[in-house]
Design a protein around this ligand. Sequence first.
Ligand code: C2O
Ligand code: CU
Ligand code: CU
Length: 544
Amino acid sequence: MSSATTAATRPRRRLPRRWRWIIGTVISVVLIGVATAGVVIWNRALLNTAGSVTFDRELAVPALAESGVEDGVRVFRLDLRKGETDFGQEKPTPTIGINGSYLGPTLRAERGERVRVEITNSLGEISTIHWHGMHVPPAMDGGPHQLIDPDETWKPAWTIDQPAATVWYHPHVHGNTADQVYRGLAGFFLLDDPATAEVAKELPHDYGVDDFPVVVQDKRFHADGTLDMSDRAFTSTGVLGPTVLVNGTPGPYLNVTTEKVRLRLLNGSNARFYNFGFADGRDFEVIASDSGLLNAPVSRERLQLSPGDRAEIIVSMSPGERTVLRSYPQSLGTNMVSNRFSGGDDTLDIMELRAAKMLAPSHAIPAKLSMADDQPTADESPAVRTRRFELSGTTINNKPMSMSRVDEVVTEGTTEIWEVTAVDDTPHNFHIHDVRFTVLDVGAKTPPMELQGPQDTVYIRPGRITRLLVTFQPAIGGTDPTMPYMFHCHLLRHEDQGMMGQFVVVAPGEKAPDKIDVATGHDSHDGAHGGDGTGPRSLAPHGG
Ligand code: C2O
Ligand code: CU
Ligand code: CU
C-alpha cells in the first residue's frame, strides 16, 4: 500500500496546537538567524580604514640597484633570499626578498643599452624572475619555462628596445606565483629613452626626491605576525587584506619637498583592485599608463588599477599641507554580491603626503608627453587578424594552462586585434607578455584618455568585449618559436589555477612547433633554453 493511499484514506491527524507553536517558533528563529548571519557576513566583508590608519613610518624607497658595465653590458646582480621584515606586527614577519628581506632594488637602464641580470636563487625553493612589461626574447622572459633551481644563478641578457616606462619584475613559477609574490618577491625596473629625454627633463625625475616608485600591496596577518594568504570567502579572486603596505612600509608617510611629485603607482597586490584618489578630493595629472607615457597629461580625481597595472601620476602640493592617498569604493562591473566580496566596496587609506614648509619649484608639466614615433595608436587598419579570448572560471577559451601546448602563433612585426571577454561575472584582467597594446574599445565604447596609452595589463569588465590592438615588435636577435610567452589573468590566484595561455612568435613563413618541450632538468643558466643549457631544445615529434 502506497503512502499516498494512506494519506488519502485516513483521517488527517493534526499536531497538537502546542507542537505547532513550537515548530513555528523554531522555524522563525532559524530564518532570523540565517538573515542575521547574512547581514553580518555582508557587513563584515566591507573594509573601511578611512581616517583610522596611523601614518607613523616614513615611506621606504627601494634602493637603485648597483650595476657595472662589463664589456659594454650593464650587469646587475640579484639574490633571492629569505628574511624577516618588521611590518609593525607583534613579531617580525617571515618574508622573502631580493637583495633584502622584502621586495627588491629598482633596476634602471636606457633604451639601446645591453643588460644582463645575474639572479642567484638562495630561497631554498624553485623560483623565476619575469620582466613584466619588457620587450625581451622569450628565453629571457623569466616565465614558467625559465625556472631557477635553488642555489643556481640565471643570467638573462637582452638589449632594451622600447620607450621609457615603469616596468616591474616578479616570479612566475606556474602554480606558485601568488605565494612568492605575496611573501615579497617584486621590484621595479625603470626604463629611460634618450629619444624622449627633452620631455623627461621637464617631468619630476629625481629618483627618491620628486620621483617615487609606489608599490601598493594589501596583506592579512595572523596574530603571531606571519602572513595569512587564506582566501576571502565568497570570491574566487584570492587573498584580500586589511593592511596596505607601500614599498613594504605599513602606515607610510612621504615627505614632499618639491611643488610637484611624481608617483609611479604599481598595483603589486595578488587580488585587490584600487581606485586611487586623494582624501581632500584634489585632482592629479596622469602622465603614463602601464608601459609608457600618454600622449598628453590627463587630469583626474580617481584612477583604477587592477593587479599588475601601473600608472604614473603627478601631484601638486602647497607648502605645509597634507593629504592622504586613498582607495575609494569602485564598480568592478560585476553583480553587487561579487563586487562586495571581491573588495570593490572597500575604502582604504594608503599613504599620507606631507609637504614641507618650503617647496622647491617644479617645471610645468609639458602639454605633449610622448614624442616616441613608436607610440601605440588606435589605428586598427594594419591589423592582420582577430583572435578571441574568453575568460571563465580558471580557464581561457575553456582550456586550463598547459606548459606544453602552443595556444597561439603570431608573426613578428604584425598587428592583431585581441578580443577579450569575461563571461563568469567575476573580476579578471588580462596581461600579455612582451608587448605593448592599445585598448581600442570596451563594450564598443572608446576608453577614457588614461586608458588610451600603451598598456600591457588591462581590467576586463565582465560581459563586455574589450578589444586590444596588439603589435608584435620584431624579435630582438631573431625569433625563437620553441619558447613561448604567456598571456593570462593577473589575479594571481586565477593565474596559478590555470587562467593562462602561451603564444610563440615566428618570423614570416616560419613554422611553430606543435608542442613545447617542457624541460625536465631546468639548468638554463646563461639565458639559454634549458635542456643541456647551451642550444635550442629538441622539439617533441609532430603529433606526439
Ligand atoms: Cu606580471 Cu605573466 O606577469
Ligand atoms: Cu608579464
Ligand atoms: Cu581572473
